[in-house]
Design a protein around this ligand. Sequence first.
Ligand SMILES: Nc1ncnc2c1ncn2[C@@H]1O[C@H](COP(=O)(O)OP(=O)(O)OP(=O)(O)O)[C@@H](O)[C@H]1O
Ligand SMILES: [Mg+2]
Length: 603
Amino acid sequence: MTRASRITRLSTELANQIAAGEVVERPASVVKELVENALDAGAARIGVSVELGGKRLIRVEDDGEGMTPAEAELALERHATSKISRLDDLAAIMTLGFRGEALPSIASVSHLLLRTRARGESRGTEIRVSGGGTVSTREVGASEGTTFEVTDLFFNVPARRKFLKSDGAETTQVSRLVTQLALGHPTVGFSLTSGRRQLLQCPPASSLEERLFQLYKDRDDLVEVRKQAAGITVTGFVAALAGPGEGPRRGPQNIFVNGRGVKDRTIAHAIVHAYSVATIKERSPEVHLFLEMPPDRVDVNVHPTKAEVRFLEQSLVHEVLRRAIGEALEQGPAPEIGLDPVAPRVGRAEGMALGVGVTSAASAIDQGGWRPVSSTEGGPAVGFSPDGGGQPFRDLVREMRPTAVVPAPVVDRPLQPLGQFRDTFIIAIDDEGIAIIDQHVAHERILFEQVMERLTTGTLESQQLLMPMVIELPAAERQALAAHGEALARLGFDVEAFGGDSLRVSALPAIVDLAACETALRALAQDLDGLDQGAVIDEALRQMAATTACHAAVKANDRLTSEKMAYLLDELRRTAHSSVCPHGRPVVLRLSRKEIERRFERT
Ligand SMILES: Nc1ncnc2c1ncn2[C@@H]1O[C@H](COP(=O)(O)OP(=O)(O)OP(=O)(O)O)[C@@H](O)[C@H]1O
Ligand SMILES: [Mg+2]
């Protein structure tokens, strides 16, 4: 005797509800699917309205191609789509949808009304579905295009309903999503209302810039990205490196790959990386980025909500994006620099300023960006020239306050060191003028970039200690170090718990002096302790690189040999991204030849 089969086929309704579990998480996911359908239907205008955060009602209207009666009925069936018909089509997908799942999923967990009229048809169709079952189908008068109304979302899935947030929170999600979709499709008009409130109103725009303006108003704190390489086009706008102590603006990160809003680790990492060489100030800068590439180089069929993609050449995408942003940041409006060396402290990575450069300042002079300060200002005159003639040096320097710095490669000509001023600043010259370099900040930047460079390819060189060192740290910091053992190892530290409050250090990065080891580790521990839970290892490494560089750099009041000075200037010249300044603490101040000649009335 055979037993009765334990396996039965799921009913269509149940299968759809299960699929809905993946695709429809909350009102915003319904809005996403419906708006994407409208976009795929070639709509020029899309109107979205929600009530009670979309829990009571979500309505999406479009003026797209619409559906014939037969299409409308099919559209609500599982695995029915007009967008692909063969597997190969997926490799050339240009539409946002392709799974043929969204509508039946939504319909299975709500009351759904579909009203549509195909272009060129005289009559429209209206279909009502409840919990997946068709309630009625009839011919109606309707305007061209399609309207979906989804009421009482999750009325039949109480478990899901319970997980929804407050009306306000759900509205926020919807609004964020519609904003993102509007950004991704500037030529399409969008409106969003919640109850009677109009949350968004964007008529069709002619460019991304115009759409950005509609959504975010005037934004001179964004810089344009535009790069084409290796068959990948990157366009968009990203947060500029802002003024001293501010860092680039934090904000939404909208990323589109072939028009599809995505979340992607490779892209996120490339953004972090691009900013990390320029600033340590901002962990989540505002970016609006558009990547275009041939559809066969990106797999969109990775995730039910289609919010993830897989790149065929991941590292290529990373590299192109990183460079695109890096170049944009160098072009962009750079921070104002001042002479006051009051750099804001950033955690313990104090003075991680990577500086504004020599010719940046020089070009600001050339462009008339300097604002002379009356020479009666300032403290007692400290003569520069031995006879005290001409303008006091100190006053002269006080005038070197550009209002805007136009970045350029910083030290692109060899500078010849003349000596140190107060064992803290290197005075150097070239044919174009005189430069004053903050030796600590300059060295710190050089080291930071060297460390980052090496970290991207592997680990740092480490020095084994003959006598392991034991240091005592508070529990939280000790744990922070222990939790980042792997990152510490990449930096060249070998650190282990040594019972009680102690840690034993048996190796440290070759660049860190034994004398600075303990301070460096304490600073690292505090940095790491302050990092958000779940901060990516990259973030930790970058922070550590900054702190390590800070503690390994020559200090103010260190007497330098002329070889060491020459070395620093040389390395500084080689340093990539030397024109960008993370917190406005300048590396180099420059007195241009022009300025000198003008002051001595030689022109
Ligand atoms: N607003 C609309 N205007 C015109 N046709 C539509 C509209 N919405 C849906 N359709 C039609 O209904 C079909 C089914 O839509 P559905 O969203 O379920 O699947 P899909 O968009 O093809 O794929 P996916 O599940 O990935 O979204 C679509 O392929 C399209 O032909
Ligand atoms: Mg769809």
